[in-house]
Design a protein around this ligand. Structure first.
Ligand SMILES: [Fe+2]
Length: 379
């Protein structure tokens, strides 16, 4: 057997960090018959010598197989609509969802190595049956309304700008209470769960267990008051019990950050760049143990600080237009467009107009495992 040369990984999408120096060198061993025989024995024993693999195993910085990529909302929406004409929703398939398949991940239905993201389509009057799984999920609505997602029997209205939670092992189904179809995005920790073998799944009711269409869910009636916590619920919960984060609150928070900035008070991330994180009211931490979600608002003409971050993110433009600069690539984006930023790929955003962007990431996992690191370009 020929000794394989150490495989070198080239960063995709470019990087501001000098990668030419980031190739670990292996010992330049001369390969005689004894060494060849040794490598054959090692392979037959289901072993692998580190010294031929060093540059794969220990890189100077993260080199994701995932690539920066853009999916246009209009294209996604058109395909989801076509799926609505051709593919029924029901038991077995469970959901009419089209997952973002990162071109760097070999055809796997994963947006990044840790994140699943999909557009889901539910036609007028349709029901997606209930089920539950270990994987944590959320939904974000960029347009439309009329669907209720029923989480552990609690019907939760879905409207433009709302962020909705389905924590792991909560039964959930969806029903469309109107004649018009509706689309939204789902985010889950499916790739991470797959990699670490933690998935369980169970079918629930064929119909949603409560077909009512209340404006306000029971979870919101109990939890949706700023800084107020019910005295019956003082234990920390691993996932947020607040099923829906409404756009009116998100919008008001962002608007006030920019107003405070105008008045000279510290409030924004950087000039012209407001942001909020959706949080778990029982801990103040992230809404789900594996996923972080945020909404960023940029004034027209703002450019964000350029940075590298450990961990991967998916962004969706909620409103406005601008440019995502990912490594060496520039992606012009508009409403609904989705962009993936793999680990350690430099990113920045330029706002052509007032720009609102929803972001979700694997940051809670990265932070809890002690891997978090950020490099601000130019610092
Ligand atoms: Fe599900």
């Amino acid at each position: 057997m020929e000794r394989r040369p150490a495989q070198t990984h080239r960063p995709r999408g470019g990087s501001d960090i000098d990668t030419d120096t980031a190739e670990l060198q292996n010992a330049d061993l001369e390969e005689g018959p004894e060494l060849r025989e040794f490598y054959e024995q090692v392979t037959r024993s289901d072993l692998s010598p580190l010294w031929t693999q060093t540059s794969n195993v220990l890189t100077f910085h993260p080199r994701s197989k995932a690539v920066p990529h853009l999916w246009r909302w209009e294209a996604l929406r058109a395909l989801a609509e076509r799926a609505g004409e051709l593919v029924p929703v029901g038991r077995g398939g469970e959901r009419r969802a089209l997952a973002l398949a990162n071109p760097g991940l070999g055809g796997a239905p994963y947006a990044t190595p840790t994140i699943w993201a999909a557009i889901q389509w539910l036609g007028g009057g349709e029901t997606a049956p209930e089920h539950r799984h270990s994987q944590h999920a959320f939904r974000f609505v960029v347009e439309g309304e009329g669907v209720w997602t029923v989480v552990n029997g609690d019907p939760v209205a879905m409207r433009r700008g709302d962020f909705l939670l389905t924590p792991g092992w909560h039964f959930h189904g969806h029903h469309n209470d109107t004649d018009a179809p509706m689309a939204w995005i789902d985010g889950l920790d499916v790739p991470l769960s797959d990699y670490i073998d933690v998935g369980f799944f169970e079918y629930g009711s064929e119909r949603v267990t409560d077909e009512a269409s209340p404006a306000t869910s029971r979870a919101e009636r109990l939890w949706a008051y700023p800084g107020l916590r019910p005295l019956t619920q003082l234990e920390p919960q691993v996932s947020s019990p607040l099923a829906a984060y409404r756009w009116e609150h998100t919008d008001r928070a962002l608007r006030q950050q920019l107003s405070l900035e105008d008045e000279g008070f510290p409030s924004t991330i950087e000039p012209g760049h407001a942001g909020i994180r959706y949080t778990n009211p029982t801990t103040g931490g992230d809404v789900l143990p594996t996923l972080r979600a945020e909404l960023h608002r940029l004034r027209a003409g703002t450019t964000t600080t350029r940075r590298h971050e450990v961990g991967s993110s998916v962004w969706q433009v909620f409103d406005g237009s601008g440019t995502f600069v990912l490594g060496d690539e520039r992606h012009q984006v508009g409403r609904g467009d989705l962009v993936v930023v793999p680990s350690w790929v430099a990113w920045s955003i330029e706002a052509d107009s007032p720009l609102d962007c929803f972001r979700f990431s694997d940051a809670p996992v990265i932070e809890r495992l002690g891997f978090a690191r950020t490099h601000v370009v130019g610092s």
